[in-house]
Design a binder for this molecule. Structure first.
Ligand code: C2E
Ligand code: CA
Ligand code: CA
Length: 258
């Protein structure tokens, strides 16, 4: 109850902000996309990470309002990026309960983008297998509507859930994000390497771009390239950073030269 009331205050008092983590071409380090990650600076100045509050936000329904705020922030940031780079797409994490609620309007999202003169294909909606698994008619309809409107979709935390393959069969994703538990093991375990290779091959066969999460070491980068993975994100390249720092990263020639 305490967290719920704190979250409501957080929305009213602008205590949320976003960090952006670059998604790069593993071979060159060039920044191609970013993922928006939610941060909360509490009244007492303490930083809170999503793990501490997303679940409460989902269970209380506050995730709809928070998710709408995240979406609008990302649109604003895309607008800021437009003069610098119009090819960047930004990933937004969406929860099952968000799409499941009738308070969330996909049409509002579409018209918000239009009002700002942005292209929907610059937004990647990151959904987990769990979201796909719990698809009722409303969620399915919403996803189909956004897909038709040009939004891109990524399947997040791939390999950790139960329904990975059926989710891929039933829906045209654009990106497949390999969970960082596989990235972490790729240099230590032959079976993890084989699994990542299989995921990349399968992704390519389905026309998906594969992104490895949690790339922390040069060895992992090399191993990922070795199994044909093209895209990655992780501390090796950059931690999630404030928007203005992301723009600075974009301006570094080495990171952006291809
Ligand atoms: P996720 O979507 O799997 O996001 C990736 C998480 O890995 C982020 O944690 C990121 O900071 C972290 N990370 C990135 N690179 C590395 C690395 O090299 N090593 C390690 N150990 N970690 C790395 P974060 O920001 O704490 O977010 C955690 C989760 O919270 C996200 O997992 C996502 O599921 C959720 N989340 C974040 N922002 C939002 C949001 O706006 N809406 C919703 N619904 N969920 C969000
Ligand atoms: Ca994600
Ligand atoms: Ca993930």
């Amino acid at each position: 109850m305490k967290v719920i009331s704190e979250l409501k205050t957080a929305l009213q008092n602008n205590q949320f902000y976003l960090h952006y983590q670059p998604i790069v071409d593993l071979a060159s380090g060039k920044i191609l996309h970013a993922e928006a990650l939610l941060r909360w600076k509490k009244e007492n100045g303490q930083l809170s990470l999503p793990v501490n509050f997303i679940e409460v936000a989902e269970d209380s329904g506050l995730i709809i309002e928070i998710g709408d705020w995240v979406f609008k922030q990302v649109c604003q940031f895309l607008k800021e990026l437009a003069p610098i780079n119009q090819n960047i797409s930004i990933g937004i994490n969406v929860s099952a309960s968000q799409f499941n609620s009738n308070k969330h309007s996909a049409l509002d999202w579409i018209s918000h983008l239009e009002e700002l003169g942005l292209t929907s294909s610059q937004i990647i909606l990151e959904v987990t297998e769990y979201t796909m698994m719990n698809q009722n008619a409303r969620v399915a309809q919403k996803i189909a509507l956004l897909h038709k409107a040009g939004f891109k979709f990524a399947i997040d935390d791939f390999g950790t859930g139960y329904s990975s393959l059926s989710a891929l069969r039933n829906f045209n994703f654009n990106y497949l994000k390999i969970d960082f538990s596989f990235t972490r093991q790729i240099t230590h375990s032959k079976s993890d390497e084989a699994l990542v290779r299989a995921m990349v091959t399968m992704g390519a066969g389905l026309g998906l771009h594969t992104i490895a999460e949690g790339v922390e070491t040069e060895e992992q980068r090399q191993a990922l390239l070795g199994v044909g993975c093209v895209l990655g994100q992780g501390y090796l390249f950059s931690r999630p950073v404030p928007g203005e720092d992301f723009i600075k990263l974009l301006r570094i020639p080495a990171a952006n030269a291809g």
